[in-house]
Design a protein around this ligand. Structure first.
Ligand SMILES: [Co+2]
Length: 493
């Protein structure tokens, strides 16, 4: 919505959780399934391919790079059969087994699941299912570094290496950001660990509620949830099929992910407000593989093109070109794969999922530059439908407007709900389930009031045309002074 980026086709860009002053109410009644305006946001997640067996997680970037190379194109789709066994594993690390969709992808960061007692002198090992906080797993603070890439020099025609990697000034500058990188890497490791487990665990027929509870409960443990200092950064998205983003179940929602569904798993965590936003597409039926592949490749193109001094409009054009080089044959019919042109990546700031810059996924964007030490969520969406999303279905996602000032409230219930939001979520996105779990009841009218007053924004589900399929991949990257770090990269995607 706000991002105000108007695409050539005059479609309003809906960023996920874009900063906006526009008001919106998706809350009015719990049954409102009609489209209303809102924004959207995203999250990230991923899965491991094939394997239940977790790939050993190296601490160093070199090791990660190597693993990444080996598992480069593992499909994220999971197969239903593998899902049954939570962990067998190690036998599935093939890149593609069309006849046998791989369920989970191996994640970079987990060691073999084992239970161990915490002896004083013994190093803690992650349990299965994972439950040991990542900060406790790496007591020395050497959290796994993401994939690192050298920048190119945009001021030269041939775009040679920028030499930032060896520049002593840049190296020194980087040291001053160590605390920030540490917080981001903790969140990234939580994301990899949870998604890897999830990919092994999930199977066709699982309810969206069960999926969200499983992911969120694990994230709360692994991030060592602590008020607003560490915790969940936004609700777990599990948007299905033509719905691209911002769907998570409200209480009583019995929706199930079926074998034939295309589900976008988008979740995020934060440490000290340093948000990790990362997502992947979950499928059971390999007939969607080309769609999934197109979007994963498009997101990787966006990541590759990103860098200090890179132009956002050029990144969008490159993403579109990659996405449109794929097509999907479904039940005898051929579909072009279109980027969803009113969705986009975004810059991230502390406690602010959308910090103001948008990364388009089509050509025609503004010629704005990426800058040193910015954090971005690079995300792309592909669709077999129109390639445009609109608000639809009942709203679950909300977020306080980041820069709204003091607004006088008359209703006692609204004041009270606002204090609950301030205390539990601050300016981070939340959902109705999370308001329920802190003990609130009958708050929908108050929530609508806060939306009407512009204090809170509603972010209803964002959907393309009914009957189509949409997919998403997303990573969080940091434009460090010396190199670009894809912090959420894993062996799965
Ligand atoms: Co995002």
């Amino acid at each position: 919505m706000s991002a105000a980026v108007v695409t050539p086709t005059e479609v309003k860009v809906k960023e996920k959780f874009p900063p906006t002053l526009e008001k919106n109410n998706g809350i009015i009644n719990s049954e409102d399934r009609s489209a209303s305006d809102s924004k959207k946001k995203k999250k990230n997640k991923k899965k491991t391919d094939g394997g239940q067996g977790s790939v050993n997680v190296p601490d160093g970037e070199n090791d990660i790079d190597q693993i990444l190379k080996e598992i480069n194109s593992v499909s994220v789709s999971k197969k239903s059969s593998s899902a049954k066994s939570k962990q067998n594993a190690a036998n599935k690390s093939k890149d593609s087994a069309p006849a046998n969709p791989v369920t989970a992808t191996a994640v970079v960061a987990e060691g073999p699941p084992k239970k161990k007692k915490a002896n004083k002198n013994e190093k803690l090992v992650q349990t299965d299912p994972p439950s040991v906080p990542i900060v406790d797993l790496f007591p020395a603070g050497n959290f796994p570094v993401g994939e690192t890439c050298e920048y190119v020099d945009y001021n030269t025609d041939d775009r040679t290496a920028s030499n930032r990697m060896t520049n002593p000034e840049k190296k020194a500058l980087e040291i001053s950001y160590d605390d920030m990188y540490r917080d981001i890497r903790i969140g990234a490791e939580v994301h990899r660990t949870t998604r890897q487990y999830f990919q092994k665990w999930v199977k066709a027929g699982t309810s969206c509620m069960d999926i969200c509870d499983t992911i969120e409960n694990m994230n709360r443990k692994l991030i060592k949830e602590n008020g607003l200092s560490a915790g969940l950064a936004f609700p777990t998205g599990c948007s299905l099929n033509h719905c691209a983003a911002h769907y998570t179940p409200n209480a009583g929602d019995k929706t199930v992910v079926e074998y034939s569904d295309v589900c976008k798993i988008d979740f995020g965590v934060h440490v000290n407000g340093r948000v990790i936003d990362c997502a992947f597409t979950l499928t059971f039926d390999n007939k969607y593989d080309k769609l999934v592949e197109a979007v994963r490749a498009a997101t990787n193109t966006g990541i590759k093109e990103a860098g200090i001094d890179a132009r956002l409009n050029e990144i969008g054009a490159a993403i579109q070109e990659t996405m449109e080089s794929y097509e999907l044959e479904l039940d005898g019919k051929l579909y072009p794969i279109k980027p969803i042109r009113n969705l986009n990546g975004h810059s991230i700031a502390p406690y602010q999922i959308h910090a103001g810059k948008t990364v388009p996924i089509v050509k025609g964007g503004e010629r704005v530059l990426m800058e040193e030490n910015e954090v971005y969520a690079i995300e792309t969406f592909g669709s077999t439908g129109k390639g445009i999303v609109k608000d639809d279905m009942e709203c679950s996602h909300y977020m306080k407007n980041f820069d709204v000032g003091h607004v006088p409230l008359r209703l006692a219930k609204s004041k009270q709900l606002l204090s609950v939001i301030n205390k539990n979520f601050g300016t981070l996105a939340f959902c109705r389930r999370w308001v329920d779990r802190v003990g609130e009841t009958k708050y929908l009218l108050a929530l609508k009031d806060l939306c009407d007053k512009g204090l809170v924004e509603a972010y209803p589900p964002l959907c393309d045309t009914k009957g189509c399929y949409t997919a998403q991949f997303e990573h969080t990257i940091v434009l460090r002074p010396t190199c670009k770090e894809v912090v959420t990269r894993g062996s799965d995607y």
